[in-house]
Design a protein around this ligand. Structure first.
Ligand code: ADP
Ligand code: MG
Length: 286
């Protein structure tokens, strides 16, 4: 039995887009949809809140959930939809729920935070720590029939490739595999590397990473593109022609104190389509 798709709703417009995306995803995977609203606990709890305040906050949460569950059921009659009100730190709650989910779907930005910040802190934190794929829905394009996946040969990007092939197969979409590259800085005494040779080496590395998946999904139309550019720029540009962009949570380089690498972070901020962030399953690895 496929594990449920979990969607976080907070009553904001972006979370309704996430709801619609999650409803479609659950139907595609033949999975149940769990609609979740989290009532946040405050770190510095207010000791004397006015009588009835907690009840009114809870009632508001119930209203948000009821509306969301009704929308989901109406758009997909027959889909198994449940709604749950939870209390805690929203990011921690979704990370916990991800242990029994086929995906966690969140809006790019919720009710809280600064209005000029597009990516909410909950979405960012969950993307870095969840055990299931996390799909952050900001803009929904649709109709491109193409899924984009960024690969750098890292362990999480292999997990991203596997997820991207599965999604492309379910959605009958084409797959755009993008590998951005730059010239390595040559040591002082060496000759300048030949860019064409480097691109060819990257292409071969990329093809080696795709061989098993190509064989498993022979019907998918796969386009492999090597781009000499900053990876975040190339992926953000390509996201304009995709219905979903898939990346690993971490890559080959970077500062490993961060849960989400800089390329994934940039894409979460600026992609023109929903972004799926995938963590590698290997314990202790990115
Ligand atoms: N050069 C690249 N070309 C295409 N995709 C990339 C590239 N670098 C990173 N990515 C994508 O972004 C994900 C996260 O990598 P990144 O943000 O660079 O993390 P890190 O900082 O750990 O290297 C990778 O798993 C991959 O999906
Ligand atoms: Mg990197």
């Amino acid at each position: 039995m496929t594990e449920p798709v979990i969607v976080g709703v907070d009553g904001s417009g972006r979370s309704l887009r996430a709801l619609m995306w999650a409803t479609h995803e659950a139907a595609l995977h033949n999975a149940a949809l769990r609609v979740v609203h989290v009532l946040p606990t405050w770190e510095h709890d207010i000791p004397f809140h006015p009588p009835g305040m907690w009840l009114s906050v809870r009632d508001h949460g119930v209203d948000i959930l009821t509306e969301a569950a009704t929308i989901a059921k109406e758009s997909r009659p027959g889909l198994d939809v449940s709604a749950e009100l939870m209390v805690g730190h929203p990011a921690a709650v979704f990370v916990d729920l991800s242990k029994q989910a086929s995906a966690v779907v969140l809006g790019a930005r919720g009710e809280g935070g600064l209005s000029n910040v597009l990516l909410g802190s909950v979405s960012l934190q969950v993307s870095g720590h969840a055990e299931a794929p996390v799909v952050v829905v900001g803009y929904v394009s649709g109709g491109n029939d193409r899924i984009l996946v960024g690969t750098d040969g890292s362990e999480s990007s292999s997990a991203a490739l596997a997820y991207a092939f599965e999604e492309a197969s379910l959605r009958r979409a084409a797959l755009h595999v993008l590998r951005a590259w730059g010239l390595p800085t040559p040591p002082d005494d060496s000759t300048v590397p030949d860019p064409e040779q480097i691109a060819e080496d990257y292409r071969q590395e990329c093809e080696r990473g795709l061989a098993v998946l190509r064989a498993r999904y022979p019907d998918i139309n796969v386009q492999v593109e090597l781009v000499r550019s900053r990876p975040s720029d190339a992926l953000i540009r390509a996201s304009g022609r995709a219905d979903l962009a898939v990346v690993g949570s971490r890559g080959k380089g970077g500062f490993h104190g961060l849960a989400v690498g800089s390329v994934s972070h940039a894409l979460l901020q600026d992609a023109s389509c929903p972004v799926a962030v995938i963590r590698s399953k290997s314990p202790g690895k990115a």
